[in-house]
Structure formats: C-alpha cells, structure tokens
Design a binder for this molecule. Sequence first.
Ligand SMILES: *[C@@H]1O[C@H](CO)[C@@H](O)[C@H](O)[C@H]1NC(C)=O
Length: 284
Amino acid sequence: MMPFVKTQHAILITLLLMPALLTVLPAEFKALAPEDRTTGPLNGDVVLQCQLVPALNAQSMTVVWKQEGVQVHQYTPGSSNQNHGGKTQLFQEELKTGNVSLRLTNLWVSDQGKYTCSVWVDDWYSEAYVTLEVIAVGSTPLITVNEPQGSGLTLTCVSVKWLPQPELIWTDGKGEDMSAKAETTAKKDTEELFTLTSRLDISPQTEGGVYYQCLIRHKQGQVTQQSRVQLSGEYFSNVSASWKTGVIILILSVLALLPGVVVLIMRNRRGKKKKLEEGKFTET
Ligand SMILES: *[C@@H]1O[C@H](CO)[C@@H](O)[C@H](O)[C@H]1NC(C)=O
C-alpha cells in the first residue's frame, strides 16, 4: 500500500512541475526533417522543415542552421538571432512547440545545397538534414524559321532562364516525337541559369503535318513551356513552287540565252582586261 501511494504522489508532483522540469532537466529529443529534399522557386521563399520530437519548447535551446557546413542562422536563448543579412528567419512562436523550421527568402541559385538543422541544450544535441533545390521556369520558347542553302527549313527553338536543366521535346503535327533529329544544347548564363537552344531540320517534302511544337519542361516537373510554329501548306507549296520556277528559269536561260550569256562573260573579260591594261598604263 505505501509504495503505491508514494508512486501516485511522485506522478502528481511530476505532472505539476512538468513545465518547470522540462526547462531545467536535460531534455532528450531528436531533430527531424520531415522531407529530406525540398524545392523553392527562384526569387521566392521556402520553409526548410525541422521539428523536435517530442515537441519540446526550443526557446531555451540553441538552434543553428548551416548550408554546406557554413552557418546561415543562429538562435541563442536570450540573445538576438543572427540571420545572414535578413535572408533567414525562425518562427519565434513555433519554437514553443519544437518547430525550428527555417524560412529562406528571395531564393537564389547559390542558396541550393544541403542544410543542417542542429539543436542543442546542455549536453544534448541532435541534427537533421534537408537538401534545397531552387527551381526556375524559363521563358516561353521562341521558334524561328530559317531557309538555309539547299533544300529544307531549319527551325530554331530558344528558351532562357531555366533551373535545373530541363528537357526539350519537338513534336510534329501528328504528335510524333522529333527530338532525336534535333540538335539541342544547354548553356549556363552568367546567373547560372540554363539557356536551351535546339535546331531541327525539316524538309518541305515532309508530310508530317503543318505545325511543329517545341516543348520544354523539368524532368520531374509538371510545368511546361511550349510554342508551336504553323507552317501552312501554302508555305510548303510556295517553297517547292518557287524552287521549280527557279529551276525552269535557269533551264530556260541556259537554253535560250546561252549565246547571250557567253557574250556577256566575254565582254566582262574584255572589260576587265581593258581596265587592267589601263591600270598598267597609269602605273608607268
Ligand atoms: C512550423 O512552422 C511553420 C510556420 O508556421 C509551418 O509552415 C510548418 O508547417 C511548421 N512545421 C511543423 C512540423 O509543424
């Protein structure tokens, strides 16, 4: 009977003193990052999640966040936060429930990397990791049509300011993937963002529909940017028609104007000779 009563008392006392005890006794907790990878938008904000389990009050603990081993934020009880030029911020109210998540504002490419959330009080320490990837959705692709020497057309698709490096897909009017025939390059600009340039050669004889589409997207993302170029049937027939006309005119000129052409060439040569001779005369 007696030991039982004592235990009951002990529990009651513990419950009553719980809030006080928690701040005095060395606490046992674990820092946990619910996600080991997270993404944030370029120029936007992100919250790097870190939570103490059990949900102890972290207001009396030291909280340090590091990016790739370099400190970006420090919270020490009773002193002001050190916050990386105002870029980082803890949620003061949330600390009471062990939420030591870090808010990062105005994300830039250089904010990417592995972050460490470390929390300690007395001689107890725990840390967790979360990797941040910054995402940028680039510009609407610009498609230009060129008619290089020889037959066919070259379509060029350009889009800027992507992060990470996206994939580019060409499709024709039937929805068929033409990407294997294209030549695509990804280059980093001065801001470390990707510029994509892709060239696709098509022949006017291609029956593959009247439009071509250039689509760009992140490998795992849902956001896409796309443009299409409409090449009307007239354009194709115009191309071949003018080409045919050109050939016919050429043949005609070869057949009918051959003597004239020869005369012209000979005249030219004479002219040149004359000029040369004149030049010689003036030199001497
Ligand atoms: C921590 O607090 C932030 C800001 O209020 C919130 O977005 C986040 O969901 C909280 N995390 C947890 C685990 O409650």
